[in-house]
Design a protein. Structure first.
Length: 194
């Protein structure tokens, strides 16, 4: 099995993007008095993973979780990161008392562990992931920035991630491009071991 080795980050996590419309084109005015190198730098910056997530109401729970875990600054960093982002419907599958508990200061470490379990280092576009799954014989092991492992496979034409407890999440939208990585939307919150 092919393994993607990824560095463990001090505290990364996830914040995602649009489950609805994937058109993230932003029109900007060009200052013709700006030097060419500054214009190029401005164009390269764009929306970060956190910016994309914050601008979409389908990720309000995720954005709240990232804020509670104090991970927004990390996910706005240089990256690149690949984020498997649960939308609001994915968080609604959790028991409401469990979710409320995770959003407290007392359980910040556990919340951080869960969020970082959804992030891998690198820019893994869907086409590349599918090829790697095929090359690996049907199952690709992904190491998360939190140090856990996710297994990616294809089921009925969809990429499915399996967590450490045997839980699964289906990728429902792919390749939401951010300036510091890419977001793939998933339909279930994945849980790390322990």
């Amino acid at each position: 099995m092919k393994t993607i080795t990824l560095a463990l980050m001090s505290s990364a996590a996830l914040a995602l993007s649009a489950c609805g419309d994937t058109d993230t084109t932003v029109e900007t005015e060009t200052d013709t008095n700006m030097p060419a190198n500054e214009m190029a730098m401005e164009e390269e910056q764009g929306d970060t993973i956190v910016d994309l997530a914050s601008s979409n109401e389908n990720f309000s729970t995720l954005v709240s979780a990232v804020t509670t875990a104090e991970l927004a600054e990390t996910l706005s960093g240089e990256g690149p990161y690949t984020v498997f982002a649960p939308d609001n419907a994915a968080f609604e599958k959790l028991d409401s008392a469990t979710l409320e508990g995770l959003m407290t200061e007392e359980q910040r470490d556990q919340l951080t562990n869960i969020l970082t379990y959804h992030v891998v280092e690198g820019d893994l576009m869907a086409e590349g992931v599918l090829k790697q799954i095929e090359d690996a014989g049907g199952t690709l092991e992904l190491t998360t920035v939190g140090g856990g492992t996710l297994s990616a496979s294809v089921v009925d034409g969809n990429v499915v991630l399996t967590d450490a407890n045997g839980g699964t999440a289906t990728v429902t939208q792919t390749d939401l491009d951010a300036s510091n990585g890419v977001i793939h939307v998933i339909d279930t919150v994945l849980m790390p071991a322990g």
